[in-house]
Design a binder for this molecule. Structure first.
Ligand SMILES: *Cc1c(COP(=O)(O)O)cnc(C)c1O
Length: 352
């Protein structure tokens, strides 16, 4: 069986004509623009934002393609990764008919987006070592399965997913699309799948500016896929989904990849320090290995420790009710000072 995009996409979307925005017809920058009902006088803000932004963000994509080793036409930018997650579900899944496969414990948005769209979710748990249960995943695929979401390094467990297992899923799921969420790839030594997209037409890779780039507040997520799939995502997105301020900031600063490199180095060092300190605590029962900027840590009594930290205005993520994460808290790696504060409260709790 060979991947055929037209068979994965919902038929009515294949036939749908997208909104044609004023700026679709003329891409030049100079001219008398009387086509979009903008305010020609300027803006209420000191800097002018009166013109609609580039709907396809080509300047960013050209610079980003060089950084990521792909072509600009293989990139889709969204309002956070949340947008491409939602769009890929809406592009492929008929509500109440088609289904997706997710692999818990994993990122919550896949389930939220599918549920909002009334799309059935099949959950195939990771194995106790947080690796893929390849046989169970392949067995769960039925004729109505459109998407499989794989997160690597996985949130909330922190581990990289075995590459061979991912390849096996990709090779054996030609009827749909595998979404590889690489939000934490910057922190891991594992190579990205982006440079290999030409060999895998049934793969969409997700990355984000929210983590290693330190731009969570700008809401900028990236999806990388074959050109035809990107064109279809463009067809169903809101026309101006990335605002002009965000585009300008990114164009001016995207060459600052040194910040990413330095952040990764520092945060990985801080993570290793945290892990080492945590092992010394009697209230810690296990620290799961992490290739990301957080640690999943199992405690003797996670909920009580979580509450104690909250009382002291130190906030971590309680994952103790999540499958395979009994008594575990997810701790984002902070600055040296923040990590010391966390450790001091944990020591205090342990000595009570
Ligand atoms: C943080 C995170 C993202 C990024 O989400 P944004 O919407 O881009 O901020 C994506 N996937 C996973 C698994 C994450 O943990």
């Amino acid at each position: 069986m060979k991947f055929e995009l037209e068979k994965v996409v919902r038929p009515h979307i294949l036939n749908l004509a997208p909104y044609s925005s004023a700026r679709d017809e003329y891409t030049g920058k100079e001219g008398v623009f009387l086509d979009a009902n903008e305010n020609p006088l300027g803006s209420a803000t000191p800097e002018n934002w009166n013109r609609y932004p580039d709907p396809y963000q080509w300047t960013i994509k050209e610079k980003l393609a060089a950084i990521k080793g792909c072509r600009p036409s293989q990139i889709f930018l969204g309002n956070g990764s949340d947008e491409p997650i939602d769009l890929i579900i809406r592009l492929t899944c008929e509500p109440k008919e088609d289904n997706i496969i997710i692999l818990p414990p994993t990122y919550g948005m896949y389930e939220v987006s599918a549920s909002v769209n009334n799309v059935e979710i099949q959950k195939i748990a990771l194995k106790p070592d947080f690796q893929l249960d390849v046989e169970a995943i392949l067995a769960a695929i039925n004729p109505k399965t459109k998407l499989i979401f794989i997160c690597s390094p996985n949130n909330p467990t922190g581990n990289v997913i075995d590459r061979q297992a991912i390849l096996t899923i990709i090779e054996n799921f030609q009827q749909g699309i595998v979404i590889l969420d690489e939000a934490y790839n910057d922190f891991a030594d594992e190579p990205s799948f982006i440079p290999e997209l030409d060999s895998f037409p049934n793969v969409m890779v997700l990355q984000t500016f929210s983590k290693a780039w330190g731009l969570a507040s700008l809401r900028l997520g990236m999806a990388f896929a074959g050109e035809e799939l990107v064109k279809l995502l463009n067809k169903i997105k809101y026309p101006y989904n990335i605002n002009g301020l965000t585009q300008k900031l990114l164009i001016e600063n995207i060459s600052n990849t040194q910040f990413v490199v330095d952040s990764v180095k520092t945060l990985n060092e801080n993570r290793n320090w945290l892990a080492e300190e945590l092992t010394k605590l009697p209230i810690v029962t296990h620290i799961f290995p992490s290739d990301a900027n957080f640690l999943l840590v199992q405690f003797t009594e996670a909920k009580a420790i979580f509450d104690y930290l909250i009382e002291n205005k130190t906030i971590v993520r309680d994952r103790s009710k999540v499958m395979l994460c009994d008594n575990s808290l997810r701790i984002s790696v902070g600055t040296v000072e923040e990590n010391v504060i966390l450790m001091d409260f944990l020591k205090e709790y342990a000595s009570k």
